[in-house]
Design a protein. Sequence first.
Length: 417
Amino acid sequence: MRINKSIRSWKYPTILLFSIGISSIGAWVYFIALNLIVLDRMGVLAVSGLYILRALSTLFTNIWCGSIIDRMNKKHLMIGLTLFQAVLIGLLPLLSSLWGTYGIVFFISVASSIYEPTSMSYITKLIPVDKRKRFNSLRSLIDSGAFVTGPAMAGMIFMIGTPNFAIYLNAIALFLSAMILLFMPNIEKNDAIETEYERITLQVLKKDWRLVVDFSRKHIYVMIIYLLFSAVMVLATAVDSLEAAFATEVLSLSEGDYGLLVSIAGVGIIVGASINLIVVEKVATSWLIGLGSILVSSGYLIYAFSSTFLMAAVGFFVLSFSMAFINTGFYTFYQNNVPVEVMGRVGSLYGFIEAFFIIIGTMIFGILAELISIRFVVILGTMSMFAVTLILFIFNTQPTKKEYYSEKEQLQASSHN
């Protein structure tokens, strides 16, 4: 009887995880195929433009999308965004103009930027407090699997077809993902959100930004953890932007050796996500974030100070192994401490700030690498990251803040609401 009840309770989370898995693998196939198409037609510089375009689309979107997300039906919005991306991706192979391709890619990225906080809000409403940590660990495992199987599947498709064929397959996969979402429950069917619609004007946006500022002032501890986690992600992205140059120019590794390093990172991600899935219920959320972040920055430090392939491989394995722990911990903390009614606005506005600093940080690291040295900048970045993770660890493990990480406390709070 208990087994049947457990199976029923995981019916919709399993369907949602299946949809996420299809989208995650498809995203890797799309990313690799698009890079090859643009490289073949327009050259290396045009490929660099794709990365800038994705960052700009995030900046453009996150400043306003939260106001829409919190006012719309999440299920319907997720289905609409997925179908919108499927149609636009299906149009990409038909375009020969660089600017036409850039335009389509920009709107695909905009839809993706809106989808992420929308799905976070939907998941928070769908998954009960006591099952969120398990769900997030399963999602980490699926994302980890996509990191390995996505590029491998892209390679297999290129062996039997073309990048254009891969793009079409991805469009079909997204359409399938949208169809799967149709079977998910409409959890907001009886909410006022269904009948109340407010036009998104500049006044509404200002009101929503003030709401986020007020929320941040009232929940200072929650936003400190959020900002520290974001700082780790900003520094990690900036260091990652120099990864290939560091491996080939500083460590003098061949392209084959660098490819092997990436493969070792993939193994680390899978192993870490698998162990995370086993231990997640026994480890406190605070330790998943705190210790996970320390291990991530330690892996980056080992890599930054490495002088041989073996040492660099150890660093790559440690940092990738630890990612599932910190991500599972942070997502659970975020879902349990940010009310779902404002989650879209809070997440998108802070996402805007994070994206802005990622662009600035990546540019600064690139300029410093040219002016000083790649080794110096990578060491500086990883030491800064380690300092931030130490602060995050100290904040996470304070006994007085235990209620922010306790599922029992959250269950009691949700039952009172």
